[in-house]
Ligand binder design. Sequence first.
Ligand code: G3H
Length: 522
Amino acid sequence: MLIPDIASVDTKPYDMRYLIDGEVRTWSGAHIDVLSPIEDEHGKRTVLGRAPKLSKEEALSALAAAKRAWSNGRGEWPTMRVQDRIRCVERFTKGMLAVREDIVRLLMLEIGKSRKDSESEVDRTMVYIKDTIEALKELDRASGRFVMQDGFIGQTRRSPLGVALCMGPFNYPLNETFTTLIPALIMGNAIVSKLPKYGTLLHAPMFQAMAESFPKGVINIVQGDGATVVGPMMESGDVDVLAFIGSSRVANILKKQHPRPNRLRCILGLEAKNPAFVLEDADLDVAIPECVSGALSFNGQRCTGLKLIFVHETRAREFAERFAAAVSKLKAGAPWEPGVQITPLPEEGKSPWLQGYIDDAVQKGAKLIAGGKAQGTLFIPGVLTGVTSAMRIFHEEQFGPLVPIASYTDERELDAFMQASPYGQQVAIFGKSPAAIARLVDALANQVSRINLNTQCRRGPDTFPFTGRKDSAEATLSVHDALRAFSIRTVVATSASDANKAIVSDIVTTRRSAFLSTDYVF
Ligand code: G3H
């Protein structure tokens, strides 16, 4: 596949760029080739451009810039009035909109996301920013009032936490980076963001707008090898908040590197093994398209994706045949092709990794009834039936286009699967009987964080809480919850004597304080 004009991007202006202390810099040291899963005429991954492989010293200078912007909470940004912070974010959003097409194309080229899904990732992120602004205004209005309780007067507002290190994943490199970065920023924290390994260049078109929209050092963007760049920042103890979407293995390493763990707040989105439960009376006209899309949207590379399908034994054969037929109809091709559903995989070594799951399962008695073949960087989706707990794919997150189907006899097996799982993000139940659904809801409500009825697992709408139990998450992200996660409540309290009332009244009416104030934004 050669990259056509309708998808190509001139990456020269983005070559080796990063952002520190309000300055878009060009790195002259080591670099990382940014490889596309789109293969060139020699069958090799196309080199899209170069990203800086920053040194430890440069990473620490980004952290120092953020620390200066924070200035122990006395910096311009953390003390700025809410309406002025909102203005900065709105200014940035205009700059982001101006480079929308380059971001969309780089999403297609860097991670192989279809044009439709790439556009939706950018547009959904813009809506998320707009909704975050509205949620902040609402929070600010609610915080403006004084409470009288037990002889005390108190006013409670949410204050920023300090320096936040935000790291998004490769599958939603824009959206999932911004769903932590934007709420952290707008609450008044100073940010260092380390970009993911795949999905880095697409951030560079926004650097200038970031530099122009915020005070110096408020946003810093670094890239490079995680151990070199992130390790020293964590070890410095100067990171107050870690927002990380990725594996629990890496999250645990990062947390342990911090010398004062009690001072570190963590907002983590980690692995999941979300199952679908197709009950005896399920409407397969609903369950099959939902399971196909749930398991294979963006080639199964979604943390919310369905990673294991349990079908009642009486429907297992019919389900598998119809499911495999539907999967075989998915159009595979380049991300810019209209109607494409299966696209090249960005991670090197992904096809052999998926093949390993197939080999293990087939060797232990499963059947590969569709696909499961690599064609260069494309992987034609595989469907495995007869999957059992003896197989690796029953337990591990495959994060790719391979769908394992297991059959069950008794509902208690479904509950037992969730109990034994180290993960607890979501489940999807397909069925008609209110009694059976109610029983499962009650069995699962304390094991996962979202139960989807006759619909696939997903994160949206973004006002819904997005979190998980066990090794799947720490803290909750929704438009509203994220503002709370990146802030702490601070209360100003006094006994309600006439003298104290007069002091508070003077401060408020003469607007002496930005914090102790009844001003709010509409
Ligand atoms: O990879 C995890 C994403 O947050 C999933 O979001 O359910 O909207 O695809 P989604």
